[in-house]
Design a protein around this ligand. Structure first.
Ligand code: NIG
Length: 395
């Protein structure tokens, strides 16, 4: 069954020559994009949908979330707005609440968050464990996530649980916990930060997870300068996320990881994506990640929601992309690319999703606006009109 969507005022494509097509049309055949071009030249299809003069983008690829959780930390947030600083210890609060939630309850909470993300145009989603912090709970959270999202990341190394010895806990993460989570996860992550895991512990976790066949990502340089970015590049992680406090050596290391990649042709070996999380930066009152600087240095940048109860309780990629334009100095094109193709690169899913190209999965986001710049021009407005995932209309 093929569908011709016409009446697209502005179609964001991956073509380096003409990023945007006006008065465009697209044909979806099954779960794939089969054709795109000028509406005047569109071939026939089995059915026809009129986009009504709206703008169409690829669906958002949200490459960093922590959606498997129960409980509420709004009081912590309120205290932060009154001047308290963010401390990773709040993770323990969510861990307690999440351990108390049964499988059904946890799955229902996760599904509700995914549904919210989808209603905001997200069509490809990663989520992490990290609120279990013991073998059985980490495995349970990974198992629940595995049936619901596109990519699962093992984050047993999120925090050393209260009262535990850091070295012994790191051994547990690298041994029995990794073995228990492995069947459900494709990725592994470590929170490399003062108050969480130090350089040696982080490296140990990453190498053990790589040995087990997981792809790697790192939470790095969120709350202060540190070794996170450099370790991420050293182990060839697919992304390093947060990147708020960077030194020149960090930027150079990230840029160096992209020298084998041709941005225009998307050929070569991708390096370590710098994932910026602007909603988190606002919620923790950290300086916004230097996305402009990183792009200028030749680093591929992703934007993600970081949906979690501690530092960024939003699923809105529309908000993150709009904020990147308003406050991070990214152009609209750069911000949209970071929220789609950048996220796909961070999940090494760029051959399948993240751009509107013939042959790719038909993940489409139709805005309630004639042009994508409305994401920044009309901040906070409900701008998602329709969403297709793998060719199926889901919003
Ligand atoms: O990505 N930084 C570490 N992890 C989360 C926050 C977790 C929490 O506070 O619950 C983040 O911001």
């Amino acid at each position: 069954m093929s569908t011709l969507i016409t009446g697209i005022a502005e179609l964001t494509t991956q073509d380096p020559e003409r990023r945007v097509l006006h008065d465009a049309a697209i044909i979806v055949d099954g779960d794939r994009i089969a054709w795109l071009g000028s509406a005047a030249k569109a071939p026939a299809a089995d059915e026809r949908v009129d986009a009504g003069g709206r703008a169409m983008l690829p669906g958002w690829v949200d490459s960093h979330t922590h959606m498997v959780f129960a409980g509420d930390r709004s009081a912590e947030f309120e205290a932060r707005m009154a001047g308290q600083s963010y401390a990773a210890g709040g993770i323990n609060v969510t861990t307690r609440a999440t351990r108390e939630a049964g499988d059904e309850q946890l799955a229902a909470l996760l599904r509700a968050r995914i549904a919210e993300a989808v209603r905001g145009g997200t069509t490809y989603l990663e989520t992490k464990t990290g609120y279990g912090l013991d073998v059985a709970e980490e495995a349970r959270h990974a198992r629940i996530a595995a049936g619901e999202v596109d990519a699962v990341t093992f984050l047993g190394a999120h925090l050393v649980p209260a009262g535990a010895d850091a070295g012994e806990y790191t051994d547990l993460v690298c041994g029995p916990m990794l073995a228990a989570v492995r069947p459900y996860a494709q990725w592994a992550d470590v929170f490399c930060e003062r108050g969480a895991f130090d350089e040696e512990q982080s490296r140990r976790v990453l190498l053990a997870c790589r040995e087990a066949g997981l792809g790697l990502r790192v939470h790095g340089n969120q709350l202060g300068p540190g070794p996170g970015v450099r370790i991420a590049v050293e182990v060839a992680a697919a992304s390093v996320d947060h990147v708020n406090h960077l030194e020149q050596a960090d930027v150079d290391a990230l840029a160096g990881s992209w020298t084998g990649w041709d941005r225009d042709s998307a050929e070569g070996e991708p390096g370590t994506v710098a994932t910026c999380l602007p909603a988190c930066d606002l919620s923790t009152r950290e300086p916004l990640a230097p996305g402009r600087l990183l792009l200028d240095a030749g680093v591929e940048v992703a934007l993600a929601s970081n949906c979690n109860p501690g530092t960024s309780y939003t699923t809105s990629m529309n908000f993150c992309v709009g904020t990147a334009v308003l406050q991070m100095g990214l152009s609209l094109d750069e911000a949209v690319r970071a929220g789609t193709y950048g996220g796909a690169l961070a999940l090494r899913a760029q051959d399948e999703v993240g751009s509107i190209e013939v042959g790719k999965r038909a993940d489409l986001h139709l805005l309630q606006a004639p042009a994508a710049i409305h994401l920044a021009y009309r901040p906070g407005m409900p701008l998602t009109h329709a969403v297709w995932r793998a060719g199926k209309r889901i919003v």
